[in-house]
Ligand binder design. Structure first.
Ligand code: AMP
Ligand code: MG
Length: 480
């Protein structure tokens, strides 16, 4: 139950209770010819949105032409370290049109992305391309089905207007659902103002995300909770081969959700140095760096809370440091436990880490597909064509035999955590190519397949195939 008694349940937008510097009231810019491209019926029902947003108003509301009754749309202020450089940002093309209470009494944000200029637009046009919004839609929904915390996608509505990027493209608005669009960068922005603003934001965030916790120092608890949530999230990304691509502090959510899908991608061939983002030339946000960057971002978050952690600044710094240092241990534990499951281990042994690392080293050396290697291991009597793995397989079987659980039980465990299908970039790109030409069939088919990623269905086999070398995607673009 994620709702707090102190928050006005009826209020459409509790964010307005915060100091005015943290947001700007902002109406979406209307468009002439909106068309619903895709609507997430299941999500709408599960969130209890179907009463508010229905067939008669969905297109208009979700493109920003109609504002929901009693709602005061806002754009949020934030700052952020982008590739390590501090910048003032804010929702340059996003508008929070309303909050909503779900049937589980959880408060969520309904945000339009690509809905026109805001005071934070800087040189941008406030718009988004159909292709990039559909990409965010399909990858975020795939992440949810993979049991990874993420913002969700409710709809994509095309605007009928063109947006100018490298080429002229169709414009669209994505409706994004989140537990709350509060970022590390939101705290960085508040910290620029004064302690009162930081305190108001921290109080709000704590009440909104952790209403059930009664803490003597909610700020320490908040920091510890966010550190824990991120350790868990990043461990999950690593276990599934997901590379976010732009882990700037403005793209790190305090609610612990994966947010802001830009040049992200899933790895096909495993290599720890993999980078996809065309703008990440130094490899700052490579696969292997993700945990380190998360910890760096969290340190920026902790710094903003220092005035609240303790009256004595030195003690406050110590508290912050110890919480951030704890990330390493939390992450390692989440990672190791998750990886154990990926190879069917129910118990903990000190040598497990080495066993797992040997497998990963082998995968990197032999350029194996990240996802399919774990699928192969689930094949009974699997014998790799690569003799180099035989020795590892023997060690692994020895380790499995030491458990009380049967081999079949190990396989069941592995099946529950190792996806059969992931949104492979070459498939996503193919689907998007047709979608922007008006043919949504490949997109909807891929979306459907991605709803049951752990099921080994024969007719999903084609989606498990890695790209032919010529189709391999080495670079992804923000393509905004
Ligand atoms: P992102 O790379 O999507 O995380 O965006 C980084 C910042 O640039 C955020 O403040 C966005 O709101 C802003 N931004 C990105 N694209 C646009 C755009 N087309 N118009 C205005 N602002 C934008
Ligand atoms: Mg962003």
């Amino acid at each position: 139950m994620n709702i707090n008694k102190d928050m006005k349940h009826t209020s459409k937008n509790t964010y307005l209770e915060l100091p005015g510097i943290l947001y700007t009231k902002q109406m979406p810019t209307p468009v002439k010819e909106p068309e619903m491209i895709i609507f997430n019926e299941d999500l709408s029902k599960s969130l209890g949105l179907n009463k508010t947003i229905n067939e008669s108003n969905a297109t208009s509301v979700l493109v920003g032409n109609t504002i929901l009754e009693d709602s005061i749309p806002i754009s949020q202020s934030y700052a952020g370290h982008q590739f390590g450089h501090f910048t003032i940002l804010g929702d340059g093309r996003a508008i929070l049109i309303s909050e909503h209470i779900t049937p589980d009494l959880e408060r969520i944000d309904i945000q339009l992305k690509g809905s026109g200029e805001t005071p934070y637009s800087r040189r941008g046009d406030g718009r988004a391309t159909l292709s990039s919004m559909l990409r965010e839609y399909i990858i975020s929904e795939a992440m949810a089905s993979l049991h990874i915390k993420t913002t969700r996608s409710l709809a994509v509505v095309s605007t009928g207007e063109q947006v100018i990027r490298e080429q002229i493209q169709s414009g669209a608005v994505l409706t994004r659902i989140s537990k709350g669009h509060i970022r590390v960068g939101t705290f960085q922005f508040a910290a620029l103002k004064d302690t009162e603003t930081i305190k108001a934001l921290a109080d709000y965030t704590f009440k909104r995300f952790y209403p059930e916790i009664d803490s003597t120092n909610p700020y320490i608890t908040l920091l510890d909770k966010v550190v824990d949530a991120q350790a868990e999230l990043i461990a999950k990304w690593q276990q599934i081969g997901f590379i976010h691509g732009v882990m700037n502090t403005d793209n790190m959510s305090i609610a612990g959700e994966t947010i802001d899908y830009g040049p992200c991608a899933f790895m096909d061939t495993y290599h720890p140095n993999t980078v996809f983002s065309s703008i990440d030339q130094q490899g700052r946000y490579s696969y292997k760096n993700q945990p380190l960057i998360a910890q760096w971002n969290l340190a920026r978050f902790a710094e903003t809370l220092i005035p609240l952690l303790h009256d004595d600044q030195n003690k406050a710094i110590k508290i912050a440091e110890s919480s951030i240092e704890h990330f390493t241990e939390l992450y390692e534990t989440y990672w190791l436990n998750g990886m154990r499951k990926k190879i069917g281990l129910f118990t903990n042994e000190s040598s497990d880490r080495i066993l797992i690392e040997e497998l990963l080293d082998h995968m990197a050396k032999e350029k194996l597909d990240f996802t399919n290697t774990f699928i192969d291991l689930m094949t009974p009597n699997y014998r790799s064509p690569l003799k180099t793995i035989d020795e590892w397989l023997l060690k692994w079987h020895d380790r499995l035999n030491k458990q009380a659980e049967s081999f079949e039980e190990s396989m069941t465990l592995m099946r529950s955590v190792n996806p059969y299908v992931i949104p492979r970039n070459h498939q996503v790109e193919l689907a998007l190519k047709d979608a922007v030409m008006g043919d949504m069939s490949a997109f909807t088919r891929l979306l459907e397949v991605l709803k049951s990623p752990f099921e080994h269905k024969l007719n999903h086999k084609q989606y498990t195939l890695p790209p032919e070398p010529s189709k391999e995607v080495y670079k992804t673009y923000c393509g905004t």
